[in-house]
Write a protein that binds this ligand. Structure first.
Ligand SMILES: Cc1ncc(COP(=O)(O)O)c(C=O)c1O
Length: 429
């Protein structure tokens, strides 16, 4: 093992043997090479003649750049063309951290890592797998989950996704979750929690979230060592009263010495910049301190360095400009209102009595999506095709469930969409 990895492992195991035990073999072996090209380049910063980094510099000291690109970008070239650090830009890391505290007031006074910048959430999930999953490890997921966990966690790291039933009596199936978590004896447990959930569009109620946290605490009290990946892709888009608006990361990262919380979030969906690829990974565990978090950040940055090297500087800079803009809050609220209107239009449309013959909504209250469950005997895939060919409507079929991204449908088109789905069901009966 590289001595730099050993150094980080020593810090981690002295600070928290649980976190050390949760690391995968890859996670144990990885380190950020302080003494490599990047380290030497950092030390040379500010020298008169700097011939370290593999980037080109104009004679005037600014980044070398093509006018055809530069003329399209109204930002300091220094924020656009050079590499960003593998950890991410320090300014956006600090800003995102302060925003996590603002959005989750229950985190007040809780020590967290600095967020490490990833190439958006997919990459964050993959890096979480890198750090914590060995082949054969089980990852607990609800039976409705974002399909890309298959590629990012199962295909990539050889983990197996084990499901629990998500809904019972119109709410979160706490019993199924508890049973799944406690299956297979005491040991390492990994789970991924994603609220608002893709595909269902469900976020637990305040009471349900408390109960989920209690179930995890009870399992930790029994001696399980638990790592929770928290996929907060759709954070902030809750449309009903009584639904939890803070991330489950907030209670989990201060819950128990046996529970490591890994928050994976980012600007993609929250700030409507899907193609920018700016995400973050933030660690929290009860009793965690700057040294422990520093070691985890270094390992994460090392994994990123060996994977994509670093995330795009221009994207980080643009997003940071928005976060610091005095208009940011107002502009976000305006977009939230559009999304909420669409949600309300869906709810309203689904009051139509006749639809119940062919489909019913499964619980939804937040995010970009909702799902309808088709009546017995209806084939989702067949209906999906008819919807495209005959009605000009696109939805996703997941067996006998159709996922509807109302985030992409104008409120004025929602009635027509459901009427089309109803008619397609009738056609396929
Ligand atoms: C639950 C969930 N997590 C993560 C992602 C991926 O986000 P990103 O585009 O930031 O990689 C998605 C995208 O559809 C998602 O639905």
């Amino acid at each position: 093992m590289n001595p730099q990895a050993e150094e980080l492992n020593k810090i981690i195991s002295e600070k928290s043997s649980v976190v050390y035990d949760l690391l995968s073999e890859r996670g144990k072996n990885i380190f950020f090479p302080k003494k490599g090209i990047l380290g030497q380049t950092a030390e040379a910063k500010g020298t008169k003649i700097n011939a370290t980094i593999g980037a080109a510099i104009e004679d005037d000291g600014s980044p070398m750049r093509l006018q055809a690109i530069a003329e399209k970008i109204n930002m300091d070239p220094g924020l656009v063309f050079p590499y960003a650090p593998s950890f991410g830009r320090p300014d956006i890391r600090a800003k995102w951290k302060s925003m996590i505290y603002e959005k989750n007031t229950n985190l007040k006074g809780v020590e967290l890592s600095l967020p490490v910048v990833t190439n958006a959430l997919t990459h964050g999930i993959s890096m979480a797998g890198y750090m914590f999953l060995d082949p054969g490890d089980e990852v607990i997921v609800p039976d409705l989950f974002w399909g890309n966990y298959n590629l990012t966690l199962a295909n990539m790291y050889g983990a197996s996704l084990v499901k629990f039933n998500l809904f019972k009596n119109g709410g979160f199936d706490l019993e199924a979750f508890e049973a799944r978590l406690n299956e297979g004896g005491i040991g390492k447990k990994t789970m991924i929690l994603n609220f608002p959930n893709n595909p269902s569009g469900y976020t637990p109620t305040i009471a349900e979230q408390k109960a989920i946290v209690k179930i995890i605490k009870d399992a930790a009290d029994k001696g399980n060592k638990i790592v929770t990946f928290i996929d907060d892709a759709y954070f902030g888009l809750v449309y009903e009263e009584g639904i939890e608006t803070e991330s489950i990361f907030a209670p989990l990262c201060q819950l128990h010495e046996n529970v490591l919380a890994v928050k994976i979030d980012g600007a993609t969906k929250e700030d409507y910049v899907w193609g920018f690829r700016v995400g973050f990974m933030t660690y929290g565990i009860k009793g965690g301190d700057a040294e422990l978090y520093g070691a985890l950040e270094s390992k994460t940055a090392g994994a990123i360095r060996g994977n994509i090297s670093n995330a795009a500087n221009i994207s980080q800079s643009l997003v940071l400009v928005a976060f610091n803009s005095p208009e940011y809050a107002t502009q976000k609220e305006a977009k939230y209102n559009i999304m909420k209107n669409r949600y309300d239009a869906v709810k309203n449309s689904l009051k139509t009595e006749k639809y119940k013959e062919y489909f019913n909504a499964i619980p939804y209250n937040s995010g970009y999506f909702m799902c309808i469950k088709l009546a017995e005997g209806l084939d989702g895939e067949k209906i999906r095709k008819v919807l495209i060919e005959k009605y000009g409507i696109g939805v996703i079929s997941l067996g006998n469930i159709l996922r509807i991204a109302y985030s992409a449908v104008a409120a004025g088109d929602v009635d027509e969409m459901f009427e089309g789905i109803y008619n397609a069901c009738k056609d396929c009966k």
